[in-house]
Write a protein that binds this ligand. Structure first.
Ligand SMILES: [Zn+2]
Ligand SMILES: [Zn+2]
Length: 240
């Protein structure tokens, strides 16, 4: 018996979501897989939401992205924020389930492939310092570093910082969400050289209205970034 098999006997692989036995490591059991809306096929090129129609080479946008200013150039998401996708995001955000970052990064890396460029720099959306203190880690930073590793990209976990307290986005309508986040982010002085003229992969756990990505993208452009592409684990879709 090799080490790998010995470990499998000691620690039989479990579904990363519900803990049921599965046949391979870092996967979901059949039930959780069916309850997770992984995004595939034709997607909006700016936010990654799935769209009706055949997947093709042409660029298509969803209704939101045609009407809301999206300062970044491309965007993708691995799953919809509902059912098990929602449970996975919340477990990563609030639970002590750091182990979810690895499989999540695998799914994100897969959907990010069409946007990836050599020499891209991965930067996560930052948590506010008091939330970082309370929660002890930034799930977006975990995801960003894990995706960067898989894609062979450089990563800068503190390439963006929060300039001020923005309060929760919950309960605010779309316009209020965008207003609340204006000037909320900045590239710290010590990382300006790194970001200048660079193509950036901006990473977060969830994309809702896109207000956070928009504000963070503007901050990266203000620091001289050449382009920004956004990647989220889960996309909140209106009719999903
Ligand atoms: Zn399961
Ligand atoms: Zn879109």
């Amino acid at each position: 018996m090799g080490l790998q098999e010995a470990l499998q006997v000691l620690y039989p692989p479990q579904c990363i979501s519900c803990g049921a036995g599965v046949t391979s490591d870092f996967g979901l059991c059949g039930d959780c897989w069916r309850e997770t809306s992984f995004i595939a096929g034709l997607v909006c090129d700016l936010c990654g939401v799935p769209l009706q129609g055949e997947d093709s080479e042409r660029t298509v946008l969803c209704d939101d992205c045609m009407t809301i200013a999206r300062p970044w150039s491309q965007g993708r998401a691995a799953m919809l924020y509902k059912d098990n996708g929602r449970r996975i995001v919340l477990a990563l955000k609030h639970g002590d389930r750091l182990d979810l970052a690895r499989p999540a990064a695998l799914w994100m890396h897969k959907v990010a492939r069409p946007m990836l460029k050599q020499n891209m720099l991965a930067i996560p959306v930052p948590l506010h310092w008091f939330r970082l203190f309370r929660r002890r880690y930034n799930q977006a930073a975990l995801l960003s570093s894990a995706v960067a590793k898989l894609a062979g990209l450089e990563s800068c976990p503190d390439g963006l910082i929060r300039r001020r307290t923005t309060g929760s986005q919950e309960g605010r309508n779309r316009d209020a969400r965008f207003a609340n986040l204006r000037d909320a982010f900045a590239v710290p002085e010590r990382h300006r050289k790194l970001v200048d003229q660079r193509e950036i992969l901006l990473v977060d756990d969830v994309m809702t209205s896109g207000a956070t990505f928009a504000a963070a993208t503007e901050a990266l452009f203000a620091a001289g970034a050449a382009s920004v592409s956004v990647l989220s684990l889960a996309r909140v879709a209106k009719d999903a």
